[in-house]
Ligand binder design. Sequence first.
Ligand SMILES: Nc1ncnc2c1ncn2[C@@H]1O[C@H](COP(=O)(O)OP(=O)(O)OP(=O)(O)O)[C@@H](O)[C@H]1O
Length: 200
Amino acid sequence: MRLSGSGLRCVRGGREVFVGLDVMAESGRAVAITGPNGAGKTSLLRLLAGLLAMAGGSIGLEGGDPELTLPEQAHYLGHRDALKPALTVNENLSFWRDFLGGGKSGESDALAAVGLDHVAHLPAAYLSAGQRRRLSIARLLAVKRPVWLLDEPTSALDVTGQAAFAAIMTGHLAGGGIVLAATHTPLGIAVQELRIGRTA
Ligand SMILES: Nc1ncnc2c1ncn2[C@@H]1O[C@H](COP(=O)(O)OP(=O)(O)OP(=O)(O)O)[C@@H](O)[C@H]1O
């Protein structure tokens, strides 16, 4: 499977953020999107996720499910954790599984993998920032999708959480998945770097 974007142009609020940007990621590979604040890392991920309209260029996914769009085959993990505070940890994960069209199993394994099984019945409102991030990561495991588009995925994670997430990404890549992650810090796995914006 190969995800590619070519000649991408992004305009936000009437201002050109980037133009002529190429991006490529293949099965089993992780791409770290780096660059200064405001360079357009989040914007690039949102273009790929279909959440932002392209002002130019093209995006394609070779070797995926021809019946599905790229956004339907991708997880987008944004800055915000997109949790419902009144629902429990379990209920949040069930909501996402139903919304994204996942199977009926895998939730308890996903919670165990991110170390949240002991708080499964707690309302999400009571979670710490790192626990909220862990719950968002559990969504990647509970619903299988080959392309992971991750915006600062390790923010708020402690050292143990970062190591666990590195292992989760490694497992995803070993299964032929693709990871594109905007990050200011090392992800703890081998990556190809795509640096955008000013180089100074
Ligand atoms: N909703 C919006 N309307 C107008 N401009 C926006 C909007 N969102 C982002 N921008 C602008 O687009 C540019 C790129 O923002 P983006 O969030 O993609 O950068 P980034 O590289 O992810 O930054 P950071 O490292 O700070 O997270 C910035 O100049 C930002 O001000």
